[in-house]
Design a protein around this ligand. Sequence first.
Ligand SMILES: Nc1ncnc2c1ncn2[C@@H]1O[C@H](COP(=O)(O)OP(=O)(O)O)[C@@H](O)[C@H]1O
Ligand SMILES: [Mg+2]
Length: 231
Amino acid sequence: MYDPAFISADVDLAALTDGLTAQPNARLCLYGPPGTGKTAYGHWLAKQLNKPLLLKRASDLLGAYVGENEQNIAKAFKQAEEQGAVLLIDEVDSFLSDRRGAQRSWEVSMVNEMLTQMESFSGIFIASTNLMDGLDQAALRRFDLKAKFDFLSTEQVWKLFVRHCKQLDLPHRKKTLPQQLAALEYLTPGDFAAVARMSRFSPLQSAEAFIQALKNEASHKEQTKKQKFGF
Ligand SMILES: Nc1ncnc2c1ncn2[C@@H]1O[C@H](COP(=O)(O)OP(=O)(O)O)[C@@H](O)[C@H]1O
Ligand SMILES: [Mg+2]
């Protein structure tokens, strides 16, 4: 189901592959609402480049002891270097919060460790985050490219819908469907994936039922969307 055509970003990320094949050293920052495909893009890119992906979440790297975070960060970069892997750190906001707002010295030293590691890493490093606002300014400057992942356009929603209907064997030629879909806002590939997963144990009977399920997915986000993400 994965197709870079369903990325809604302000940079042509599919086109980047050629450049990165020739010059596999870059620091990318992917930001935007959850479900927009930031992590999936990391997987896809690594595959295109024929490299393994080393994926680390904040929870993999944060430790309870003094100096543990820094050690884990250093280890992740070292491991990626040794494996020739693309390194993707998810929820990077946990590491790169603005040092100006840092209350404790360990927060400052963690950001510093990330910056040092980013600088000396010779491969492709991808940082992803849902929260761009609180990120450290010096850290942001060190990214070669910052790409904003956004909600799907009406056209992308329709195309992804048709793909999913085909996969699930749901008739989707009814004239009213595009209009019903266009009425839904703030959809992401993640919403489609969630509905498709649900349909495995609770089969959908029609394309309309798929739309209704998407609507439910979207409504769960209504509350948090604006306050929390500010996109
Ligand atoms: N370009 C794409 N084409 C099709 N499906 C996608 C695409 N990007 C993401 N998805 C689906 O959406 C789900 C959520 O994407 P994910 O990368 O985890 O979002 P994020 O990291 O931005 O929160 C993925 O598991 C995948 O099933
Ligand atoms: Mg993610």
